[in-house]
Design a protein around this ligand. Structure first.
Ligand code: ARG
Ligand code: ZN
Length: 882
């Protein structure tokens, strides 16, 4: 590898944005494709303001320049310069045509950015990944999203080796060439930035479906995959059709090409990619079948299919001006995807899942040295900013806006946003302006949410005045400073709330004298440091249910006592807040155990849950969630000197107490009832039944392993689907059951040829808690199926270990940290994006207890001192040390 001068480059800054001096009107690309070397010819028709004086500069990385011509004349060597990934050319004018020819080496591209090979040289296929800055690895181009051009793409390749040739846009001819080669051409009628460009070539099979859009366009939907997995694409096709109908119904958005291609690959850095007309998916989010996919995976396929499809409008038709606006498309599209999934499945369960993810992944990011605003102010490597903050917190911000405008108002705003910005590269200001103007309201204050990092703390204090029969709710906000921002400001925080009487009934809310017909739920907006909201005609001291449905991405600090939380846990009809009350109560119970003083909270939590369990009036999936305390990661967030082993032990203890309170007998009986109904059906009720059954088995195993282990072994043997099989295997492994080894070996053999099923085999073992985890991971690395070259495999073993096994990774002797550091350096040489993402596992080291903190610091500093790190890994390591 050559030296990487970009290591030293200054960060890119939002406030340094300048409109491009040069634009590209049309691009004609021709690919002569082969595995080892591919040649790319590009003809760009250039535009500029004729009075401007900037020379033409094009991005280009790892390109071997073969020839270059301007307006039909080959350029002399002194008429251009190619250095530091920029090609500078003299003599270009408005209307000039530039032709370049370059050579690429796809088989040697282990970074999986630009054009690369998926699978083996003999059997694999070629594909591209261009977001964010991969297009410059394919051809010389102004590789920025505000340069949008019309594309014509011609692919040429050997017909036997590459029978299928695909590019984005509509097909525009195909035919034979001499010497066994063939060609295919595609024309995209919609202008697009380079990051949405894609090609795919190889031996692929497809399934196909005709689709008629609401506005009358006949579209062919095609899903492509390698022959051995093509029979696992049907679920994705159904999900795609559901997503397309939903976007027509909900947002009036229709698809806009004659074909829509989706391709599955096992070699992909991220989840999936919305290339115009040619989505490319990590196989993990596309393939699904009952024998090897869990219920969760089915739901993920549905939501990622929807996410990428929704980008066709929120991302492609309206794209981002620059990468600082990334959340303009990602936050919005995650929100759209979440709403779709809520409509397809259970809305409260989806909300619980999304908020849990936010707390597990985004809150820690926002609380540590990697904190950045949803619209960051600067970056060194943009790929490092595809974060939970940009995606998940970004979606929460859109949700707040949607809530503020109401369903119809939000739709009006979205219609205006799409109409006004269609074909353009927009900013978050454009988004807020359209939403606001369509509703004659100023949403400007919400921009502050995009600019400020850190999770706001919302403090609530209620006071009941018996004589006046009034209730005063005082809300206060404060956002702690972060590494990048010392000063923080108040934000508009919508707080959806209800008041409960002591029998668990919602009270009518009267906020001013005029209200005649009182609702039982309302939204107040706190947009200053502190404000008091007064409710009248309140007959008795109420219990407030605050932030219902998680109406803002904040941390609520309210001095509830255990009895109040238990009341909400028992009675709140808002499924999310009911769960939330249970989580808060569990956290109080956890604190009691930690302080060696089990008391009211523990008792209230155990009492409420064992009642709910016995009465059986709570829906099964929600009950399973209620029976699950917050994760170890969430509890670590609340502590100043984190000892992950102790948190794990306390959480186990809490769950054991819960199991004991419910009783082994009752658990066993419920398990048998639920197991009696076992099927592989995918409907919501069957999924809920499996989820509850799993939770019951886990609880039972904590107090009666001798009973639970044989049940788990039997469940493993007779499982009708992957959810039951994997769940059983997890219970056996975690309890170190005598049956574990046989099940583990059986699974390995049964799924030897199924990469995604094998990934789960690595993951379930990597997640077994405790000090012995590292040795297990080292042993698993020696499995012949393990490789650092495949991102999914790396995530399945290393990612699962460092991110989802705190008591294992944070081993007291620091061996987990040394292990990660070593792998990061190895991985970085192959795939910087994957290395950088894995390195974020070091986030939060500053709050570890002193022994672990010192060990972690030494290891991270050691990585930071290495020469030759990628810009990706260097930036994460440097930031994590701040
Ligand atoms: N736009 C893709 C999505 O749907 C993510 C692609 C990110 N790729 C990357 N290399 N950073 O979310
Ligand atoms: Zn996306």
């Amino acid at each position: 590898m050559n030296a990487r001068p970009e290591q030293l480059a200054a960060p890119t800054r939002l406030d340094a944005y300048r409109a491009p001096a040069w634009r590209v009107e049309t691009v004609e690309l021709a690919f002569d494709l082969a595995i080892d070397t591919t040649e790319v010819t590009a003809r760009l028709r250039l535009r500029c303001d004729p009075t401007q004086t900037q020379p033409l500069r094009l991005d280009g990385e790892n390109l071997e320049l073969l020839s270059i011509a301007l307006d039909g004349t080959a350029l002399a060597a002194d008429a251009y310069r190619y250095a530091n990934n920029v090609l500078e050319i003299d003599g270009a004018r408005d209307g000039s045509v530039l032709e370049t020819r370059v050579r690429l080496r796809p088989a040697a591209n282990t970074a999986l950015e630009g054009l690369y090979l998926s699978g083996s040289a003999e059997a694999g296929f070629l594909l591209t990944q261009c977001e964010a800055e991969g297009f410059r690895h394919i051809t010389f181009f102004p590789d920025r999203p505000d340069v949008q051009a019309l594309y014509t793409v011609t692919l040429r390749a050997d017909r036997d080796r590459f029978p299928v040739l695909l590019a984005g846009g509509n097909p525009d001819g195909a035919g034979e060439l001499d010497d066994g080669r063939h060609w295919a051409r595609f024309v995209d009628p919609h202008p697009k930035p380079g990051y949405l460009f894609a090609v795919v070539a190889g031996r692929l099979q497809s399934i196909e479906r005709d689709y008629l859009t609401a506005d009358g366009r006949a579209v062919t939907l095609k899903i492509w995959a390698e022959a051995d997995v093509i029979d696992r694409c049907d679920y994705a096709m159904d999900a795609l059709e559901r997503a397309m109908r939903w976007d027509e119904r909900t947002y009036g958005r229709n698809y806009d090409l004659d074909v829509f291609h989706v391709v599955a690959t096992h070699d992909f850095n991220m989840g999936a990619m919305e290339n115009k007309g040619l989505n490319i998916f990590n196989a993990k989010y596309l393939l699904a079948d009952p024998g090897s996919s869990t219920d969760d995976e089915y739901r993920h396929v549905e939501s990622v299919i929807a996410h990428e499809y929704f980008h066709n409008w929120s991302g492609n038709r309206v794209t981002c001006r620059d990468w600082f606006q990334l959340s303009l498309k990602e936050g919005l599209t995650v929100f759209r995807e979440q709403s779709f999934s809520a409509d397809m499945n259970s809305a409260p369960l989806k909300r619980i899942e999304d908020v849990s993810l936010l707390r597990r992944a985004q809150f820690p990011e926002d609380a540590g040295p990697l904190a950045h605003p949803v619209r960051p102010a600067q970056y060194s490597e943009i790929n490092n900013f595809y974060t939970a903050t940009v995606y998940e917190k970004g979606a929460e911000l859109v949700r707040m806006l949607a809530g503020r405008l109401g369903r119809e108002g939000f739709r009006r705003g979205m219609d205006l946003y799409f109409a006004r910005n269609d074909g353009k590269a927009a900013t978050l200001e454009d988004f807020l302006a359209a939403l606001g103007e369509a509703n004659h309201t100023d949403l400007g204050p919400y921009l502050a949410w995009y600019a400020q990092a850190g999770t706001p703390r919302l403090q609530a204090r209620g006071e009941y005045d018996e004589a006046r029969r009034s209730y005063a709710l005082t809300l206060r906000q404060h956002t702690p400073a972060t590494a990048s921002q010392a000063q923080t400001h108040p934000l508009p925080i919508p707080v959806k709330l209800a008041l409960f009487d002591r029998d668990g009934r919602m009270m009518p809310l009267h906020m001013d004298a005029q209200t005649s017909k009182a609702a039982t739920e309302t939204v107040v907006v706190l947009d200053t440091d502190e404000s008091t909201f007064v409710f009248h005609d309140v007959p008795s001291a109420p219990v407030p249910s605050l932030l219902r449905g998680f109406s803002a991405p904040v941390i609520l600090e309210c001095d509830y006592d255990a009895a109040e939380l238990a009341l909400l846990l028992r009675h709140d009809p808002d499924g999310f807040n009911r769960w939330e009350a249970g989580q808060q109560l569990a956290t109080l119970a956890y604190a009691e155990l930690r302080d060696g003083a089990p008391g009211h909270a523990l008792d209230a939590w155990l009492g409420a849950l064992s009642d709910l369990f016995a009465r059986g009036e709570v829906e099964q999936a929600l009950l399973a969630n209620l029976l699950t305390p917050p994760t170890e990661v969430e509890w670590a967030e609340r502590e100043a000197r984190v000892d992950p082993a102790r948190i794990h032990a306390l959480r186990q203890q809490l769950q054991r107490q819960l199991a004991e309170r419910i009783g082994a007998e009752a658990l066993q009986q419920r398990y048998r009832t639920l197991a009696g109904e076992a099927s592989a059906a995918l409907d919501a009720a069957s999924q809920a039944q499996r989820r509850l059954k799993q939770r019951v088995l886990e609880l039972l195993c904590l107090i009666a392993p001798d009973v639970a282990q044989p049940l788990a072994a039997a469940q493993y043997d007779s499982a009708p689907g992957m959810t039951d099989r994997l769940g059983a295997l997890a219970v056996l492994l975690r309890s170190d059951a005598p049956q574990a080894a046989a099940a583990r070996a059986h699974y390995r053999q049964r799924h030897a040829d199924n990469a995604l099923a094998l990934d789960k085999w690595f993951t379930v073992q990597a997640q077994v808690p405790g000090e012995a985890a590292l040795d297990r991971v080292l042993m698993l690395e020696r499995d012949p199926a393990f490789t650092l070259k495949n991102p999914n495999r790396v995530q399945s073993l290393l990612g699962a270990f460092v991110r989802a096994n705190p008591s294992g990774f944070h081993r007291a002797d620091g061996a987990g940290y040394r292990f990660l550091a070593e792998r990061l350096v190895q991985l970085d040489a192959l795939n910087p994006q994957v290395a950088a993402r894995l390195a974020t596992a070091f986030n939060g080291w500053q709050r570890l207890e002193p022994g672990r903190r010192q060990a972690a610091r030494a290891v991270i500093e050691d990585v930071a001192d290495r020469d030759g790190l990628s810009r990706n890994l260097r930036e994460i390591v440097a930031n994590v040390l701040k």
